[in-house]
Design a protein around this ligand. Structure first.
Ligand code: ZN
Length: 404
């Protein structure tokens, strides 16, 4: 096997995207054909940075990982490379690689900025398709520290300093002050961002900080023992800015105000909506009062028996009507709403003794479903029913109640 520094060419050159290499092993990984090469520029998932994609001999490379048993870099393919092909051309998807280089380099810069601005070390790093984040070992990251760190990080980007990655000798390594003590055995790869940040890392990085372009803050989350900072770098940050600008422009056109006036405009809308809801609620209550009064007036008997069904009416409204109709003395109300979900609400005035539970049992014998409640209001139902069936169920319920 090749020494690791030879097998992993991306250690020395993150910009080469086309190369030739010899297949040293054909295998199966993740249920797909896979190959190991004498050397590769493909980055395998490691250190929080996702793997590269691309092609080998024209076949898609869908995953690249380090084999635990021997450290070999396994290229997982969507289709096998013909057996007679010994040497292959590798092509790496540059867009994805550059994106990872920008996010990862931005992470180094930001981690150093948080040490300097907030005495906060980085204990976690996530580079996902949707967001990038670092976990800091401090809960003291307020808005001032956060803003200062991002400002310092972007200043480091603007200074456009050179980034160097190399394997130092042990003697040289002893003289290097690393941001964080690494937990790996073997040769350490050092990544130095000018004088600004020196850390041990096996990932791919841009050659100068200027290529990171922009480091933009997304959000701060409190963790149990730290703080998570989500951010975007480079082209991702620019795309995010364009997206947010488009959304802000759409909203400001819809609300006929400037982007700066949006928060106030939305605040006013919310206040208006709340007032409107309150007013609507009052009107609905009044409408139910009138409707209940009319139902009671139309009914006869001792006790006065109100039997009525609707189609698809909210159960809450039926309940409101049942309570209102029976608020005064001498009324029993057997109300229902049919449709996709039948609901019965049976209520009686305090001074009546009608057996509501018995009435509900008779109704549910016609239409299946569960029930609940007790005292002067019971409620039940569940199954779907047409209006004829609901009428039959109500008739059955009413049959055992005096008056009518
Ligand atoms: Zn790195």
């Amino acid at each position: 096997m090749q020494p690791i520094e030879v097998a992993r060419q991306y250690y020395h050159d993150a910009y080469t995207t086309t190369f030739r290499a010899v297949i040293s092993e054909r295998t199966v990984a993740e249920g797909r054909p896979a190959v190991v090469l004498t050397e590769t520029f493909f980055y395998p998932s490691s250190g929080g940075q996702p793997h590269d994609t691309g092609t080998l001999a024209g076949q898609r490379v869908v995953d690249v990982h380090v084999r635990e048993s021997d450290g070999a870099i396994v290229h997982v393919l969507d289709a096998p490379i013909p057996a007679e092909v010994a040497e292959v051309e590798g092509r790496i998807d540059w867009g994805r690689r550059l994106d990872h280089m920008q996010q990862h380099t931005g992470q180094h810069i930001l981690s150093q900025a948080f040490i300097r601005c907030g005495a906060a070390g980085t204990i976690g790093f996530h580079l996902g398709a949707d967001y990038v984040s670092i976990d800091l070992d401090s809960t003291q990251i307020d808005e001032t520290v956060r803003a200062a760190a991002f400002s310092m990080a972007n200043e480091a980007v603007r200074s456009d300093v050179a980034i160097r990655a190399w394997f130092p000798t042990e003697a040289e390594l002893a003289s290097i002050a690393l941001r964080k003590t690494p937990e790996v055995d073997g040769a350490l790869r050092i990544v130095a961002i000018g004088e600004f940040d020196v850390s041990a890392c096996g990932g791919t990085h841009v050659a100068r900080t200027g290529e990171v372009g922009l480091i933009s803050w997304l959000r701060t989350e409190r963790l149990k023992r730290g703080t998570r900072i989500s951010f975007l770098c480079g082209d991702r940050a620019r795309a995010d800015y364009a997206d947010k600008h488009r959304i802000a422009a759409t909203l400001s056109a819809a609300l006929s105000c400037s982007v700066a006036e949006l928060p106030d405009a939305v605040g006013r809308l919310q206040a208006d909506l709340q007032a409107t809801r309150r007013e609507l609620g009052r009107f609905q209550e009044e409408a139910l009062d009138r409707e209940a009064e009319a139902l009671r007036q139309e009914a006869t008997g001792t006790p006065t028996l109100v039997v009525r069904a609707w189609e698809g009416r909210p159960a809450e409204e039926i309940r409101g009507l049942a309570l209102r109709t029976t608020a005064g003395p001498g009324v029993v109300a057997l109300l229902a709403t049919g449709g996709d979900r039948t609901q019965f609400v049976f209520a009686r005035s305090e001074d009546t003794t009608a057996d509501l539970k018995g009435a509900l049992d008779r109704a549910l014998a016609v239409i299946g479903g569960g029930k609940g409640g007790g005292g002067r209001v019971v409620q039940g139902g569940g199954a779907a029913a047409d209006s004829a069936t609901v009428a039959r169920a109500l008739a059955a319920a009413a049959s055992g109640i005096g008056g009518g």
